[in-house]
Design a protein around this ligand. Structure first.
Ligand code: SF4
Ligand code: MG
Length: 328
């Protein structure tokens, strides 16, 4: 069957004008992946890897420089009604729920917004039903956003995303601003809603633990590119890219040891600028296994085994086992 979402060789470059010649910020540089109906695909990477740009490209908040986003087999930028209807099949939940709600309008009006009619028969009932679905009391519809807690606001943002019965909801760091127990509650809510309604999620986060907890498949991004993708089970057992191993290791270790682990696995220093990414493998400036070949030749994203893809000349050189041994 056709995947619900197909992202094909997506590129987004932003021109940056400084004093010198115009430069291109290569935020997203040839990203492909699919999401099936009812599935959760997690996209993980450090800040600046292009994952928020991917989120905006997927829901159609921004147009790609090249490449395409297909929903149910059709381009979201098809002319006229066709493209607009496909874009409406997707909704987004942002990190900061208050930022996406008008402070002078009631929560109920904010939640009803994707329906594009605020005062019609049945709208109020639909809003109340959707609020209940996300664990909020129906009376919350009359509150103002600032009268809710952070967790309640994020539930309302989820209600707004779900009210139009979208096929896919993109979560861009949607639990990042919540404390750890609220994060767990929201992740449980998302799983519960998916079980009941069959909504697919693209779950974008810097937090590998959250991504692994909720995703069926995991996509790892580094400097605008996908470096690895696999089922969550396979990824947990055998991450093959040195960057993935480093991320996993940092996520596994208790806080005080994280800095040390970063030194050992090479996550030292800053992510290089997407204005001027390294030649060959973009991870090579931070990779402890880098060799001359890594500077000379860009590693393609290749299948390592069924459904597991990795872009590294020496895939598997840093193994989950060494990461786990190092952690104990
Ligand atoms: Fe490291 Fe080379 Fe693999 Fe890149 S291609 S991750 S530099 S070993
Ligand atoms: Mg971001």
């Amino acid at each position: 069957p056709t995947p619900l979402l197909q992202v094909n060789d997506l590129v987004k470059h932003f021109p940056v004008r400084g004093r010198g010649p115009a430069q291109m910020l290569r935020a997203v540089d040839g990203v492909s992946f699919t999401v099936n109906a009812g599935e959760t695909v997690g996209v993980v990477g450090e800040s600046g890897c292009g994952k928020s740009t991917v989120a905006r490209l997927v829901v159609g908040l921004t147009k790609p420089t090249s490449g395409s986003v297909l929903v149910e087999g059709g381009d979201i930028w098809a002319r006229g009604k066709e493209g607009a209807e496909r874009r409406r099949r997707m909704q987004m939940v942002f990190q900061n729920p208050t930022g996406s709600m008008n402070p002078r309008r009631t929560v109920g009006d904010a939640v009803a917004e994707p329906l594009q009619v605020l005062r019609a028969p049945g709208i109020r009932a639909k809003v109340e039903e959707t609020l209940s679905l996300v664990g909020l009391k129906p009376e919350m519809a009359d509150r103002m956003p600032h009268e809710m807690s952070g967790g309640q606001q994020q539930r309302a943002a989820i209600a707004r995303a779900m009210i139009s019965n979208p096929a896919l909801v993109v979560h861009d760091e949607s639990v990042a601003s919540l404390d750890i127990s609220l994060q767990a509650q929201i992740l449980n809510l998302l799983v519960d809603l998916q079980d009941r309604l069959g909504t697919a999620y693209l779950f974008i986060s810097h937090d590998l633990a959250a991504v692994q907890a909720i995703s069926h498949r995991v996509v790892v991004m580094y400097l605008g590119e996908v470096v690895e993708s696999a089922t969550a089970v396979e990824f947990a057992a055998r991450p093959l890219h040195p960057y993935s191993v480093a991320l996993r290791r940092a996520a596994l270790l208790p806080d005080p040891e994280i800095e040390q682990s970063r030194v050992e696995v090479g996550l030292t220093g800053d992510v290089p600028s997407p204005l001027n990414p390294p030649s060959g493998c973009r991870f090579r400036t931070r990779c402890p296994y880098a060799e001359q070949k890594c500077a000379d030749e860009k590693p393609a994203l290749r299948p390592a085994q069924d459904g597991h893809y990795v872009a590294c000349h020496f895939a598997g050189i840093a193994t989950a086992t060494t990461a786990l041994e190092g952690a104990s």
